[in-house]
Write a protein that binds this ligand. Sequence first.
Ligand code: GUN
Ligand code: FE
Length: 471
Amino acid sequence: MVAAHGQAKTFIGPVIHSLSPSRLEIIPSALLIVDHQGKINTIVKLEQSTSSQQLDQAFNRSPFSLDQVVVIRLEPGQFLIPGFVDTHNHAPQYAQRGLGQGMHILDWLSKITFPNEAKFSDPVYARKIYTACVEGFLRQGITTASYYGSVHTEATKILADICLEKGQRAYVGKCNMTRNSPDSYMDKSAKDSLAETRECISHVKSIDPEGSLVNYVITPRFAISCDEETLRGLGDIARDNEDSAVQTHFNEARQEMEETQRLFPQFGGSEADLYEEFGLLGKRTILAHCCFMDRHEMERVRKLECGVAHCPISNMTVGGGFMAAPVRKFLDNKIKVGLGTDSGGGFSSSMLDAMRQAMIASHAREVMSEGEDKGLSIAEVFYLATLGGATVCCLENKIGSFGEGKEFDGLVIGTHGTEQGIMTMVEEDDTLETVFEKFIMTGDDRNVVEVYIQGKCVKGQRAAETLNEIA
Ligand code: GUN
Ligand code: FE
């Protein structure tokens, strides 16, 4: 069941969001009216001192009056940013984060990951871990996630149910695995894999018919674990289900690329040609990692309008890529790119950590490319975590930044309160831009005071009111 509509709200306070990869807009004082359905009705920039005359003028522009809305005035040190978009996240790996660091991808999958994911055959276990996972990511301010489930149909349905119950915007997909996997952890056959995928799609459509929060994502794990019949069948399903996205792993590591080429020699080592042949590349495709991209791969991904999920932590810790993706080249070539925590492959569920690691990795690439691929700025990594991710998920018209007509997925960030151990040390003469930079570089989930999705508070003091509204 989709939650009932909430109350109209008005936020008054500083707002920071991206307009483009390099353009960060910092509004010292804004008024944002969010309607009952969670859509941003009005945004007005206010003078620093919010006179009642200015508020009246703002309300005159909207169909609301001040007494019809809940007014949320941000406290000193607080500001609003869009919710984070995690473009690549393995939900069943939530309990194995940090294990097997430094291992090469195929060894890590067979020794650590497959035995762990096999446990999701038990729906009780799946509910327990997925509840912790979705709550954990919400706490980090991740308002949208593109989740890989396990191979199991029942557990994948449970994951979709939990996202909807907890109000997280999500893509959810059952992993398709028909070969090169343990007998105890794979689909029974290609036919079975495709039938179960259709069943999961029907389930997601039945719980959220409009796709307003949760949608299906077709998820061939990677070419190594799928035979041709499965890949082709999934391409057909993608063609027939335009509201479903597609996701897979792409040019992640040498070991994976060599094995893919051995299994599919006809594509001459091009994963772009391989997935395109099976009808799996297009505007709605999210390609995880993309660490090794020659000119041909780059050109196909751009032309076919696929998005890249850049996972800077797992690229450096698991997989054997040990090399971060060429993000500067993606941005220069107008290839859609966002950030992924990857869950098990890395060690952190924090998009702030992902942003920092994206900066570090990009600076290493700048040195390695002798200055050609410039490192990423604070504005750019913030874009990747918000509007860039929304674009990768084809949700840029709905979320990722604040604009009239968009839905309100936002975070109230607090930077005062060092008594609670918040690391961000704000000084009185800091500009808002400096406070923001300190938050990005030193903040953590304690700074994420409130989380809103579609206008409803899902974390923070007002979350209890949301529960009342739904009840
Ligand atoms: N390739 C196939 N499956 C996986 C996975 O679970 N994690 C990573 N990082 N790469 C993969
Ligand atoms: Fe992954």
